[in-house]
Write a protein that binds this ligand. Structure first.
Ligand code: ADP
Length: 613
């Protein structure tokens, strides 16, 4: 009676503190994973790695994982099972196990049979067991897990998506009763494949299957469950079997496990082994942390997804739009754009920037060319004005130059008239006089011609010129002016020609401006008015022309200023001669500057680049 009362007391206390009832003590931190097949194959390996990643996510304390492959698809029978039981009994004797995780229904069946002896009271968490097996196994206490559902109807749906107008389904795989989760398909065929022709290669040898799948009719699809053995003693990891079949198949292969896609499966509603492992790992973790397995009823795992192989889709001409909603595509070959997006963007940006830079530079160059043309035009205009001014300055000496031959012509004509009026005119003398008249006329017209060409508005032209010739021409041109102004002019050209590239008329103008300035500067000098023109080579790259005089020189602080436009110290001066000279020289890529000579007088030098020979 007392015992009964105390039991009642404890029961009531337990009801009042539900946590203490449901939460068992935390279990040893170890999990024994038992795989139905070979853990080294891709499928079970994925299951294990999913489980491991889930349990290692728990940072409470380290969990020891033991793993065993029961290899039940290759080894069957009571004897094998008894051997396994003995083996595990020995191996795990005295080793605390927190929970046993069993993968596959055949494994669960064995674990449940062994548990009372090998792991009494240890909770069991299962994965990859379908509802029919679950019902058959009638779960005892302290067992939970995830149910897997891979209906044949889904595979037929995938087949229809890949083969529009599907007429035939071809089954390939191990004999139905040797399969784990796919064995129920056999019963599902009449409903799921209603209206379709069925070709059944199930249980046939690999050689037969490979031959058969090479000659399938149009509008057919292969439905692959899993093939471990060809019934003749040859065993395959089922993923390897897919690749052997895919090698020969003339139609797409619908598969039901993710690991069958890479070796040649075209797609299907596939089991995701990694996710299945994660799910069962999380359950095992809860059990280890003290939640009773019985408080977590088995639930259907969300571990199936429509996934298709892009490479196979290309091979069989499967359109993406035909795939079931929510489908994922594996192995899609990314386009060049997708693969090298950032590199492409960077290169395109660099090219664009380069193109923009080039167009800006071209625009600038164009603008500069225009500006250069414009300034050259202006310079030519100014030079022309300057020439007119010079011509005005020269007009008295030109008149003098013309007067001389005209006067001689007049005198000679009068003399000829006198001779002709004489009784016996000397014709030979007349001849001589006529020759003189002709010579003087030519001299006069030469003066006019020179003046006219000096005043011609010539556009800028660039040619190879010997600067010695230019200097000589100017000296000739100004010789009359010089003698009229009582100036002695000396020419000291370099021994050899000095070729520069430029406009001869404009360079003449520069030199003429300098000489006329020298003549102007020397007006106050009562005597000894001298202008010396020199040319010399300066190193290998330039020629220097200098015009020196015996005038008063230039105040040192004005040596630069004299080149400024409108700088003049003359009453009638315009102050543009030197500024034009500088513009012209700079347009010829040269330099002009003024100095005072130690012995008195100014010297103007201009340096011009020598023309490349
Ligand atoms: P302009 O002859 O109309 O004055 P320029 O530009 O040719 O204009 O000359 C500017 C000024 O430079 C002259 O007014 C003069 O003061 C000075 N100059 C030029 N050449 C000489 C020279 N050889 N000696 C002294 N002064 C000079």
């Amino acid at each position: 009676m007392i015992m009964h009362l105390s039991a009642l007391f404890f029961s009531v206390a337990a009801l009042l503190t539900p946590i203490q009832v449901t939460a068992q003590e935390a279990r040893p931190r170890s999990i024994l994973v038992l795989d139905q097949s070979d853990m080294r194959g891709p499928f079970y390996h994925q299951v294990f790695s999913g489980l491991r990643s889930a349990v290692t996510a728990d940072r409470q304390s380290h969990i020891t994982l033991y793993t065993e492959s029961l290899d039940l698809s290759r080894f069957h029978g009571r004897n094998h099972e008894a051997n396994l039981q003995r083996y595990f009994g020995d191996k795990y004797h005295g080793i605390p196990i927190g929970t046993v995780v069993s993968v596959g229904s055949a494994t669960l069946e064995l674990v449940l049979r062994w548990r009372s002896e090998l792991w009494p009271g240890v909770p069991v968490v299962f994965a990859m067991v379908d509802e029919i097996d679950l019902a058959r196994l009638r779960l005892p206490d302290n067992v939970t897990g995830n149910i897997v559902k891979v209906p044949l109807a889904d595979s037929i749906k995938a087949a229809r998506a890949m083969v529009p107008g599907l007429q035939t389904v071809v089954f390939v795989g191990d004999a139905w009763d040797g399969l784990s989760i796919y064995k129920n398909w056999k019963e599902e065929i009449p409903v799921a494949a209603a209206g379709l022709d069925v070709i059944d290669f199930v249980g046939q040898t690999m050689a037969e299957v490979r031959k058969g799948v090479a000659a399938l009719p149009d509008k057919s699809a292969i439905i692959y469950s899993a093939m471990f053995s060809d019934g003749q003693g040859t065993y395959f990891p089922p993923a390897t079997a897919v690749s052997l079949i895919a090698e020969k198949a003339n139609r797409p292969i619908v598969v039901a496990a993710e690991t069958f896609l890479a070796p040649g499966g075209a797609g299907g509603f596939v089991l995701l082994p990694h996710r299945m492992g994660e799910d069962v790992g999380r359950l095992a973790l809860r059990v280890l942390n003290g939640e009773p397995a019985s408080s977590m009823p088995p639930a259907v795992a969300d571990a199936v997804k429509p996934i298709f192989n892009w490479l196979q889709m290309q091979r069989w001409g499967v359109s993406e739009s035909n795939l079931p909603p929510g489908s994922e595509i594996y192995f899609r070959e990314s386009s060049l754009w997708e693969r090298y997006r950032w590199q492409t963007i960077a290169i395109a940006a660099a090219l664009l920037m380069q193109a923009a830079l080039i167009s800006v530079l071209l625009h600038e160059r164009h603008k500069r060319n225009d500006a250069e043309l414009e300034s050259r035009h202006r310079m030519t205009e100014l030079a022309h004005v300057n020439r007119h001014a010079t011509a005005g300055e020269l007009s008295s000496s030109i008149a003098h130059e013309l007067n001389q031959p005209l006067g001689t012509i007049l005198t000679n004509t009068e003399t000829a008239q006198l001779i002709l009026n004489s009784p016996s005119p000397d014709l030979s003398e007349i001849k001589e006089i006529l020759a003189d008249i002709r010579r003087d006329d030519l001299r006069a017209s030469e003066v006019i011609h020179r003046m006219r060409s000096f005043l011609t508005r010539a556009p800028y032209e660039s040619k190879d010129i010997d600067i010695n010739d230019t200097l000589r021409e100017v000296f000739d041109f100004l010789s009359v002016q010089a003698s009229a102004r009582n100036v002695a002019m000396y020419l000291k050209p370099s021994a050899s020609s000095l070729w520069v590239k430029g406009d001869p008329v404009q360079l003449q103008q520069v030199i003429m401006n300098l000489i006329l300035n020298s003549m102007d500067a020397m007006v106050p000098m009562p005597y000894g008015r001298t202008v010396i023109g020199r040319t010399e080579k300066n190193g290998e790259s330039s020629a220097v022309v200098s015009i020196s005089d015996s005038g008063p020189g230039i105040p040192p602080e004005k040596l630069n200023e004299v080149f400024d436009p409108f700088f003049t110290t003359k009453q009638q001066g315009m102050g543009i001669g030197l500024s034009i000279a500088r513009t012209i020289v700079q347009a010829h890529k040269g330099r002009i500057w003024a100095e005072n000579q130690t012995g008195g007088g100014a010297v103007f030098r201009l340096s011009l680049p020598l023309a490349l020979s």
